[in-house]
Ligand binder design. Structure first.
Ligand code: FUL
Length: 457
């Protein structure tokens, strides 16, 4: 068991995964014929003429995204309807035969470049329009399109595959050649991370509601389904990688030793994705979600060892909806307000503690009456190790109060001191007491702990 944990602690992220985690949050843009048909999934039979954004302006998208502090954008270059937002040489079902006549991928990539944010794309393998779908030729078709996108639009930070494998024309099913797709990405855009539900670089959190789990580990069991052309049931995307999960896997995955020695563990952090409004595509009768809900998702994604991928669907004009822009601004402003100014404090590691149970003392420059957040980062370049920790406050008079009890940390843990998982904090409601010192005590870890940063807000 101890050996197993030590091996789990050795599983490390790649440089590109670390760069991606540092981005923390970025936008999704769902745009295409569905926008004009008021649909979520097109059938592939929509005439190209429906795609007619009258005021397309990708700079407006970027301005809103950047203004909120997000670091990138991922555009649906092709959704399940097979319509290409760029003038692909390999199909007639694209912008080139629409009244729009613009290469929307190019417009978006260039706007990102101008605005200083990163650009990536979503390319749906499920194509309800292509006549090749359901035949081996489809993989050639798909690779040709993928190559166009990988080679024609500058640096790509992210290739996002929706793993859906539905029926094509005449109920045809397709076997996707993912290893071949991945090879192309590695060849043309070696710094791009790949999302394909189960990895290889980023995995799905298992729902589209923006709901993260209390414990989201980046080290999860690799599974055969990673490179299998047809996925069967949930893989590690829907799992948290916690010790109890890894340990109780007999039924689903086999014994612990089978996992470790035949399938191994992999560093595959989660993405929490959701749309700012109910649909992925824009619908005139929908409204954005509440600020509370979006901020909660921010805390439990960016602040829980994952990234947040927030969809902002342009309207039929080709602009982001003003209501979404306004809500996004509120969200960005709230993030800046809550995390813009940290409290001055010094952090010291106590000598003599066991390497798996270090204690960090945080001394505030001046005592405060209220604390909102403690933000902790592990040095994940060395692996993810902390299993559990607690935060204790010391008042000016020397009394100790439990503030928070947490599980994993990883890239970044935002401990919200009033969240439902926190223990009651008597200091917050007590007008006489002040906090001068905090202790972060790691209570269990898989191996020696390396904390990179602790900040207090
Ligand atoms: C899903 C798709 O079916 C939805 O339409 C959307 O694109 C979402 C992000 O992925 O699997």
């Amino acid at each position: 068991m101890i050996q197993f944990l030590k091996e789990a602690a050795q599983v490390k992220p790649s440089r590109k995964q670390m760069d991606w985690l540092d981005m923390e949050w970025y936008a999704f843009i769902h745009f295409g014929p569905n926008t004009f048909m008021n649909r979520e999934w097109g059938q592939g039979t929509e005439p190209e003429s429906v795609f007619n954004p009258t005021k397309l302006n990708c700079d407006q998208w970027v301005e809103a995204i950047k203004g909120a502090g997000m670091k990138g954008m991922v555009l649906t270059a092709k959704h399940h309807d097979g319509f290409c937002l760029w003038p692909s040489k390999y199909t007639e079902h694209s912008v080139k035969n629409s009244p729009c006549q613009k290469d929307v991928v190019k417009e978006a990539a260039e706007a990102c470049r101008r605005g200083g944010i990163k650009f990536g794309f979503y390319l749906s393998p499920w194509d309800r329009n292509s006549k090749y779908y359901g035949t081996p030729e489809y993989n050639d078709y798909f690779c040709n399109q993928l190559t166009e996108l990988l080679t024609g639009y500058g640096d790509i930070f992210y290739v996002w595959f929706d793993n859906a494998c539905g029926e094509g024309p005449n109920g045809k099913k397709q076997i996707y050649d993912f290893p071949r797709y991945f090879e192309l990405i590695h060849k043309y855009q070696p710094n791009a991370v790949i999302f394909n539900d189960y990895g290889p670089d980023v995995r799905w959190c298992g729902n589209e509601a923006g709901a993260a789990r209390h414990e989201e580990w980046a080290v999860v069991p690799s599974e055969l389904c990673f490179y299998s052309p047809i996925q069967t049931g949930p893989g590690p995307m829907a799992k948290e990688g916690s010790l109890s999960y890894l340990y109780n896997t007999d039924e689903e995955l086999g014994t612990l030793s089978t996992i470790l020695y035949s399938r191994g563990l992999t560093y595959t952090p989660a993405e929490i994705n959701m749309s700012i409004r109910p649909g992925w595509f824009w619908h005139p009768d929908e409204k954005p979600h509440s600020l509370e809900r979006l901020f909660h998702t921010y805390l439990t994604s960016v602040g829980a060892n994952a990234c947040m991928h927030l969809n902002l669907p342009p309207t039929t004009e080709g602009l982001l909806d003003e209501a979404d822009v306004e809500r996004l601004k509120e969200l960005g402003d709230l993030v800046k307000k809550e995390f813009g100014t940290e409290l001055f404090a010094s952090v010291e590691k106590k000598e003599g503690e066991p390497p798996t149970q270090p204690v960090y003392t945080i001394t505030l420059d001046r005592p405060v009456k209220e604390l909102k957040y403690v933000v902790i980062k592990e040095d994940i370049a060395k692996g993810q190790r902390v299993e559990s920790f607690r935060i204790v406050a010391e008042s000016g008079s020397g009394s100790q109060y439990p503030l928070y009890q947490g599980t994993c940390i990883g890239h970044k843990k935002i401990c919200q001191l009033q969240d439902p998982f926190a223990l009651q904090n008597p200091l917050i409601n007590d007008s006489d007491e002040t906090i001068s010192t905090l202790k972060v005590q790691v209570t269990a870890a898989r191996d020696e702990v390396f904390i990179k940063e602790i900040k207090v807000y």
